[in-house]
Design a binder for this molecule. Structure first.
Ligand code: SF4
Length: 355
């Protein structure tokens, strides 16, 4: 699929470019207590290993804000401070030299305070995300639109954009998150017609693993397929590592990013005589260790259709009875015992990686 991306202004979060022709980045948010610097850094480092490219942390109070500098020094990826309610915390975060701020216009009502934040952010060259959320829209907007509609989300964002633009601040990215897909998609599409700032995509409170992944894939995926979106965060009630994995899978599915090998596996049917579900899980875990490898790997249940159906794959296995076949570009190269299948495949992959 070739997606024509919406033309957006480019901003930079630390070394990571967002918008313009920059690759669509994957971000996540920590769920540790930000005041616990050690724990937060440990979680961020784990996320870096998963490939997370930008990290956001909640800043609930002054202690959390004052710890941001320490966190930033220990991590490699850009650090975003998420500020709700108190603009003073945003000022403190900027002094701690974070790479970006997220402000929720529905929750920071003090316009004078926002102006102070924008001035300091401009001076320090730090971008701001205007993060509109359907759950925290301004009461006036809720009354005007009779609820948190897509139009209300857009108006909230536009009000804040204007406020920042009036101060000459344009290092902006925007998110318009509703907890359901139709409203989120509609809001982003409406705003895309009005501004050229880059968009951060997400479905808020998407849910637990299965439901959340589906909602995010459909919502974020349908916007990306229409060329809308410059950075994504999959919100899941799960370990944030899952958010990063799912984020990359969405981008890979749309062929917008290459990140590690692509795994193809068959659904199995009555012809399958090996424990393919277990094998596919093992192969997936092993492949996760090679984020820089651009390879298609197939795990198929039987030799009847397996190698043929997975002809596009660079390497693959097809199960037999107690044995399996290893194939390369649809051609069988080896027969191995079921217990050795995964290791034989990984050996070939490693050999391939060194070519
Ligand atoms: Fe069934 Fe074989 Fe196709 Fe898998 S590859 S779905 S086992 S026919």
């Amino acid at each position: 699929m070739i997606v024509q991306r919406r033309k957006t202004k480019e901003i930079k979060l630390g070394k990571v470019r967002i918008g313009g022709d920059a690759p669509i980045s994957v971000q996540s948010m920590t769920n540790t207590d930000t005041r616990d610097v050690l724990k937060t850094v440990r979680q961020i480092k784990g996320l870096e290993r998963e490939g997370c490219e930008i990290i956001r942390v909640a800043v609930p109070d002054k202690i959390a804000a004052l710890g941001l500098g320490k966190i930033k020094k220990k991590i490699k990826i850009p650090l975003i401070a998420d500020i709700q309610f108190d603009y003073q915390l945003a000022l403190l975060a900027l002094e701690q030299k974070v790479d970006g701020l997220r402000l929720n216009p529905g929750n920071i009502k003090d316009k004078k305070g926002i102006k102070l934040v924008a001035r300091l952010a401009k001076e320090k060259n730090i971008p701001i995300r205007i993060g509109v959320n359907s759950g925290s829209l301004d009461k006036k907007l809720l009354k005007k639109y009779k609820g948190p509609t897509a139009e209300a989300l857009v108006e909230s964002a536009l009000g804040e954009i204007r406020l920042l633009e009036d101060l000459g601040f344009e290092k902006i990215k925007v998110s318009l998150k509703a907890s359901d897909v139709p409203r989120t998609v509609k809001a982003y599409k409406l705003l895309a017609q009005k501004v050229s700032y880059p968009f951060h995509l997400g479905i808020t409170e998407a849910g637990t693993l299965t439901g959340g992944i589906i909602k995010s894939a459909v919502g974020i995926g349908s916007l990306l397929a229409q060329g809308i979106g410059d950075t994504i965060r999959v919100s899941l009630t799960a370990n944030p590592r899952e958010e990063v994995r799912v984020g990359f899978e969405i981008l890979k599915a749309l062929e917008l990013r290459q990140y590690g090998p692509v795994l193809i596996s068959c659904p199995t049917c009555g012809r399958c005589q090996i424990d393919l579900i277990k094998i596919a899980g093992e192969v997936e875990r092993e492949l996760g260790k090679f984020p820089n490898l651009n390879l298609k790997v197939a795990v198929m249940g039987c030799p009847v259709n397996g190698p043929g159906e997975a002809r596009e794959a660079d390497l693959g296995i097809a199960g037999g009875k107690g044995v399996g076949l290893l194939f390369k570009k649809g051609k069988i190269i080896k027969k191995v015992e079921e217990k050795d299948l995964v290791s034989a495949l990984m050996k070939e992959i490693i050999a391939h990686a060194h070519v």
